[in-house]
Design a protein around this ligand. Structure first.
Ligand code: GRF
Length: 198
């Protein structure tokens, strides 16, 4: 079975959507572990579904690289076919990105390349964007710069709050994530460039 490790930092609503889909015997992927950089509330979803969790906190390490080595060891212990960053709010250093790319994807709440970074929804509102959306992309060494796998767009309701807009975007993201993991697991969507040209 195609196996997935999900890494979070927050509430984990996208994680929960994937766990729910993967609970069906018809879904072609399984979440084998969930990791975090802190005691995130979203880890409770994993516990509810009987999926093992791990927490690797950066503050316990002397450097980002040392932290990332231990995070990588925890991920690799579960031998995943795919790593999903679902609301993971840290930028990963090169030592972990180079080991996992292209088999690591990230969810981002904007239509990249517009509004990269940690405040995408607020930035889209501040810029007066009339359309925004959600992107899933391969993780590379940059901040939200990797190859885009899929995007979905929606109109921004005038006067909407950041929280409400983010909630609307997350509804799209959850469907997008379940579909993208299915497509990767079944080979409909290819991650490696050489797989694409083969
Ligand atoms: C999502 O909007 C994701 O794109 C962003 O963080 C949010 C995580 O939401 N990187 P949740 O924790 O899955 O509810």
């Amino acid at each position: 079975m195609f196996s997935v490790v999900v890494i979070i930092s927050g509430g984990g609503s996208n994680l929960r959507a994937l766990l729910t889909a993967a609970a069906s015997p018809l879904y072609p992927a399984k979440v084998v572990a969930v990791g975090s950089d802190k005691a995130a509330s979203g880890l409770e979803h994993a516990e509810e579904f009987g999926v093992p969790t791990f927490v690797v906190e950066p503050s316990r390490f002397e450097s980002r690289e040392a932290w990332a080595e231990v995070l990588l060891s925890n991920i690799e212990f579960h031998k995943p076919d795919l790593v999903v960053l679902a609301g993971f709010m840290k930028v990963l250093p090169a030592n972990i990105v180079n080991k996992l790319t292209p088999r690591m994807i990230n969810l981002h709440p904007s239509l990249l390349p517009d509004f990269p970074g940690a405040h995408a929804v607020a930035d889209a509102l501040a810029a007066g964007a009339s359309v925004t959306g959600a992107t899933i992309h391969i993780v590379d060494e940059g901040v939200d710069t990797g190859r885009i796998l899929t995007q979905a767009s929606m109109a921004v309701t005038p006067g909407i709050s950041e929280i409400d807009l983010h909630d609307q975007i997350k509804l799209m993201e959850r469907e997008q994530l379940v579909q993208v993991v299915q497509d990767i697991a079944t080979g409909v969507l290819l991650l490696a460039e050489k797989e694409q040209s083969a």
